[in-house]
Design a protein around this ligand. Sequence first.
Ligand code: T1G
Ligand code: NAD
Length: 703
Amino acid sequence: MSVFLEKRGNIAVALVDRPPVNAIDAEVRAGVLRAAREAAADPTIHALVVACRGRTFLSGADLSELGSTIPPPGYAEVLQALEDCPKPVVAAMHGTPLGGGLELAMACHYRCAARGTRLGMPEITLGILPGAGGTQRLPRLVGTENALDLLLSGAPIDAARALGLGLIDEIIEGDAVDGGVEYTRRLLASGAGPRPTASRAAAGNGLDKQAIEAALERHARALRGRTTQNSVFEAIRAATQQPFEEGLKLEARLSAESLETTESRALRHVFFAERACGRVPGIDPASAHVSEVRRAAVVGAGTMGSGIAMALADAGIPVALVEKDRAALDRGLASIRENYAQSVQRGRIDEATAQARQALIAGSLSPEAARDADLVIEAVFEDFELKRSLLSQLDAVVKPETIIATNTSSLSLTGLAAASHHPARVIGLHFFSPANVMRLLEIVRGKETSDATVLAGLALAKKLRKVGVVVGDGFGFVGNRMMLDGYFREVELMLLQGVEPQRIDSVMENFGFAMGPNRVNDMAGIDVGTRVRAELLRRESRPPPYHAVSDALTALGHLGQKTGRGIYRYAPGSRAPMPDAELSQLVRALADKYGIARRSVSDQEIEQRCVLPLINIGAQILDEGLAWRAADIDVIWTSGYGFPRWRGGPMFHADTLGLDQVVAAMETLGSTGDAYYWRVSPLLRELAATGRTFADWDRSRES
Ligand code: T1G
Ligand code: NAD
């Protein structure tokens, strides 16, 4: 039983208890339906309150139930029973009423929510059109324009905003259940009766072209490449032009169709993949006590160190930020101040929050400042000897249980850990730049890293609201290995063959990356890649030309946007890339040097040559055991490298292309291209030959 009916005087409370997040499954639906019927039939009950135990009100449909036929009773039946109840029905919410949960609340006659509640319709982020009447009831409560914004952004709003929009009727201070009952008592006292949302009219007269364009414009960035929004418009239009029942029918059809799209499968895949990567096969979360990080230290206040310090402070963790000299420390602290000031200016946080966070970061010139830290992260120059000596120095300073982390992007973790007397406590925390913004955290496990230390890394990622993926200690870890050996290397080869950088960028932007590879390279700084590769190539060699164009640009001092030219040229103060004739000359000379012939390359080939190498290197990485699941790789690429989430990540995308097709295309490309890199990974070949997918492979390893 997951729904309990309690009586408080003449008010009945249907209390849902379905941990962890009160997702709605058949049992919950059946329980609510029973409660609605009982409330309707029992003359001693004058009103019904729907509320939840635990951390949140209903957080939406149980996603594992979607996709197949939903077991009865259906949403429509349950929600109609609530709406048709002859006595007032009140939703009393807390936590995160989302999707189907909010839809259920909208079918109630009144809605109240505890302060701190965040309400939303996140279905679009899963490629789904809401299917429990949300598209029909929401515009009736808040008007079409607000409904469109909620449905197109998928972003939750707070209780105050929900009250302002008319989505809820009352804010509760304190406990949602007690407050909800109290509110209901007042409603009854004032003589309030049932108030079905369905019988209201939606504000707005249909959706004209202008309104649609304005809405699309507001959400353009998030909706690039997407299709779910088309159904949203169709359903909202029906809400304004057709009777409620007709609108519901249309919504049901469009919602069922949305579930079948590759887009929705991909987005749901990423949703579950992001949660699965917190579980590491072979490591029992109960096997170690993971103590909370109460104080942290960061050594090095450069680009990364400052960003990491902010990420920690943003999560409420006090940080000692250690530098080697006063000037460097001042620079670091100044950049942190500027960063917070900018966040205030852009309205992301208020001044008091910025001050409070900044106050958590204390600069220091001595590693001794790390003495009390539960976690210390070094982010000094990428220099093996420097890092090793720092780690052994920290050994002497920190507590015996302190986690010692390095933010290296290219050095061997096991090699660095050997400098510590406690290699079991040494771990790689590979943050991405800017570290306070980027969601991805690669958690690098060295040979000696203990399970407890890995669990601590995962717990930290969660605390920082990042997605932590555990990876092995190989060349470039997972993300950079795939980028350098796969994607960007092939891009360089295309440049050498005479393909214009802007064509490559536009093909990949059309594929769904926010920015094409050449623009990324220019923005990140071409020298940054050159430096990382120089270190990596000490670990393992790669045949030329590898990244010859970027290395030549670094040698010339053409480092990208920051120097006004790189792969592109930039007018002073502008970030708009312009073609650079000199690049063509440079590329021609390098092509001659490496004996690479110029040839024409179609847009389709550009896309294949960017995407297929990611898949192939990804498969190699799985084969080598450097990532555990194909889905982990998908999380890395969608959260850290701009791979379109709605394509599910490179490995999911491979499954949708069909692995046999992928292998066939690689063989064709290998016959004219760089055979070394087009060798099909044995795992990929085997899966293709046996008609399996990466998803199948992941499943076989979970069991
Ligand atoms: N279904 C199934 N499992 C879910 C789930 C869901 N909706 N939401 C969370 N979980 C699992 C999750 O996989 C994890 O499991 C555990 O709960 C804790 O989640 C009919 C079509 C509610 C804000 O999109 O946004 O309604 O990995 O780690 O950080 O129109 O979960 O531990 O085994 O994320 O505190 C709309 C999705 C569905 C909400 C809580 N609803 N969930 O965050 O915990 S579509 C959503 C969230 C729909 C209707 C339609 C978050 C959260 P495990 P967590 P959290
Ligand atoms: P950076 O040059 O901006 O900063 C390094 C800082 O370390 C400098 O401020 C320097 O003064 C300080 N430092 C050097 N020796 C020190 C010592 N002994 N004690 C205290 N401070 C010392 O470099 P960065 O880009 O921030 O990179 C730092 C680390 O992060 C490197 O290991 C790098 O590979 C890694 N990393 C960088 C990126 C990136 O995009 N920049 C991404 C991921 C990881």
